[in-house]
Ligand binder design. Structure first.
Ligand code: ZN
Length: 384
């Protein structure tokens, strides 16, 4: 008896998959590269005709993906209601079909969605911006326009002197970064939250929940509509290549920056960690000490943050000033004692506190967003 073949679609917001072949409930797939770029890693598609059938989804060619180290010990994200995202058992074989991730899963419902991480759609982005902009004391500005014609949204709140910039999704496939923003904005806009209230007294917040709407909608991992990695543009952003960075950096020049977090996800490392600005030409021990103090506060506050795993630190004078964290610490170091950092969350999980059902998740990203802000308050209240 011939079984009806499953059907796979990805022509929607942040969709990304090429269907090479389908045979019953088995599919051979490949990830489409970011437009005008070599990067490929983000996938997001739906499978129809799936109820009660064991699917075997083989994503091939991953030896050529942006981060082959992201696939071992990785389980794909799956949802049937697009609210709760769990994990589907997956295995990686570098020797099969150019490197293959095989996802095996039996959905209960007729349609199931699969993604590299729980997606954060542009519709949800507009819901987030609308809800925040309607909150007491929050103002909204459109800073600029992307190459595809989308707005770059900025939310501002707080009456204090400390200029805090939070920005996320320079790399659009790192959707956990905008889930983090949702948690951060929840805390800051809650009129009852004591951390939010005190932070609004002490700080002026400038928040860009999504730096790369074009890459987000196009289903990119790492680049904008022109295939440009925005986090390599901060020394010389341009209207032609990186209007997203240019308009945000101009707005930062207007306000100055005392404290900044650039929110990301990491494909390979199973941990939450920070990267700092060691190696900038104008490095001061005082700037470095405040960065290390923030890290220590956050590590004490939440078991989902640690300082053992992370990136190698740049040697003295060798910082890459095209990256935002280094550019901001250098640009606003002398004037504002700027402390800036890159926050990385895992696509896999926190290996020190694993959750087999969900891995790293939207829920944990949001909780971390709240904790990062509570840690900022502690940093400000305990300044030596
Ligand atoms: Zn990133």
């Amino acid at each position: 008896m011939t079984q009806t073949p499953i059907r796979i679609d990805a022509a929607f917001d942040s969709g990304n998959i090429d269907v090479l072949s389908i045979d019953g409930t088995a599919a051979r797939l490949a990830i489409r590269r970011d437009h005008q770029s070599e990067f490929a890693q983000w996938f997001h598609f739906r499978v129809a005709g799936a109820a009660g059938r064991e699917l075997t989804l083989a994503i091939t060619g991953l030896g050529q993906s942006a981060y082959p180290g992201g696939w071992p010990d990785y389980n794909a994200c799956v949802s049937e209601d697009r609210e709760y995202w769990g994990r589907a058992a997956s295995s990686y074989d570098p020797a099969t079909d150019g490197g293959t991730l095989t996802i095996r899963h039996t959905p209960a419902a007729d349609i199931a969605w699969f993604a590299y991480f729980a997606p954060y759609s542009m519709e949800r982005h507009h819901d987030l911006v609308a809800a925040a902009a309607a909150s007491e004391g929050v103002s909204h500005r459109t800073l600029g326009t992307t190459l595809d014609g989308q707005p770059i949204d900025l939310l501002e709140l707080g009456e204090g002197e400390t200029q805090v910039w939070l920005y996320a999704r320079q790399h659009p496939g790192e959707s956990m970064a905008e889930w983090w923003m949702e948690g951060a904005l929840d805390l800051l806009t809650d009129p009852a939250d004591p951390h939010g209230r005190k932070l609004r007294q002490l700080c002026r917040f400038h928040i860009v929940p999504n730096m790369n709407p074009d890459g987000s909608r196009r289903g990119h991992l790492r680049t904008n509509a022109a295939g440009v990695n925005l986090n390599r543009e901060w020394d010389t952003p341009s209207d032609e290549r990186s209007p997203e960075v240019l308009c945000v950096r101009d707005a930062m020049d207007e306000t100055g920056v005392h404290f900044a977090i650039d929110v990301h996800g990491d494909e390979a490392i199973p941990a939450v960690f920070l990267a700092g600005f060691e190696g900038i030409p104008s490095w001061t021990e005082q700037q470095g000490a405040e960065y290390r103090r923030y890290r220590a506060i956050l590590e004490r506050r939440t078991p989902d943050f640690q300082t053992r795993r992370g990136y190698p630190v740049a040697p003295a004078g060798k910082a890459n000033l095209s990256m935002s964290t280094n550019q901001l610490a250098e640009r606003f170091g002398a004037s504002h004692g700027c402390v800036s950092m890159t926050l990385e969350m895992p696509f896999k999980d926190n290996a020190d506190l694993p959750d087999p059902a969900q891995g790293w998740s939207p829920e944990r990203s949001k909780l971390l967003g709240r904790e990062c802000l509570a840690a900022l308050l502690e940093l400000l209240l305990t300044r030596p």
